[in-house]
Design a binder for this molecule. Sequence first.
Ligand SMILES: [Zn+2]
Length: 381
Amino acid sequence: MSKTIETIELVQPSPGTTRFLKVHRYGTAGAGAKAYFQAALHSDEYPGLMAANHLVGLLDKAEKAGHIIGEIVVVPVANPIGLGQQLNGYHVGRYEFSGGGNFNRGWPDFTDAVAGKLKGKLGADAAANVAMIRAALRDAVAEFEVTCEFDGLRKVLLGLSIDADMVFDLHCDNEALLHLYASARHRDLAAELAADLGAPVILLETEPGGNPFDETNAGAWWRLREALGEDAPFPDACFATTVELRGRADVYDHHGQADAAALFRFLQRRGVIAGDPGPLPPALGQPTPLEGTDVINAPAAGLVAYKKTIGEQIKAGETIAELIDLMAEDPGAARTPVISHASGLLFSMAVEKLVRPGAPIAKVAGAEPLAHRKAGKLLEN
Ligand SMILES: [Zn+2]
């Protein structure tokens, strides 16, 4: 089937205002593996918009050449609600102005709805079970009640993604190296994707908490397995990943081209697109547990003076930065060292150097789980 572009209107937030999504679809549903991409769910993270723009270009060419084997859905702008949030000339994303909270938290959990439909109905055929579970997940999304624009957005995006084999949620960090989050259950796929992308940091979680978009899609499978408590076989059939395409200022064609080409090659390796992706590039890093990542927060308000920089290997106990108390009367006594609890790669730093208490100022990816990092509370707010 040839490419289609769909325009989907969201729930009207106020009289006279309507926002909409553009959905690019390639291939035929059910013809092969399905891949889903969306960019900038937090809205003010532009590197994903750039990558998606280039990806659509590559997919258009592949489609014209007859190379699409499976099904591919791209939402190049995932959050028009957040895109419209301007305050005094600044674009303010991440949280919904209307009070809906963080755009990438609190996504619905369909476990009970799906388990209720499927209890006692799955059989010995894993492929048949996958098809039944996908149908039940689609039904659950269709039955998801919407009363506001943000829930309407959630419903549309999940309606496009919930039955996919692969879900790519394209984000970015503050100032950062390319890194990605995925479930430890999909370690090999995550490592392969990271190699293609050239990402030195792969953060694997078993329970990140907060119900972000990727976990809602991927977690549906293992949550259902736990809820059913049956031994009917089915795989964790959705690989979902949050890809952090470096930092917010890293918005360039050369990055977008490279990122889109890497995602395209990954789809070739997974048989969604025909053609030779070439050999997998060597890995730039090994996966580490998300609970081994030290998210280093500011102990107080102040001005951050970094002592380390992005890409440096850090030893536990080393000073990453000093926090300057701007109200101190003696500048010599105004500095508080901020240390890393993890040994590993410093992969994220703050853009805004004047921080409030508790603001994240650095992330260090360590290989060993940290005592203060708790499963279920591993992500930032
Ligand atoms: Zn984000």
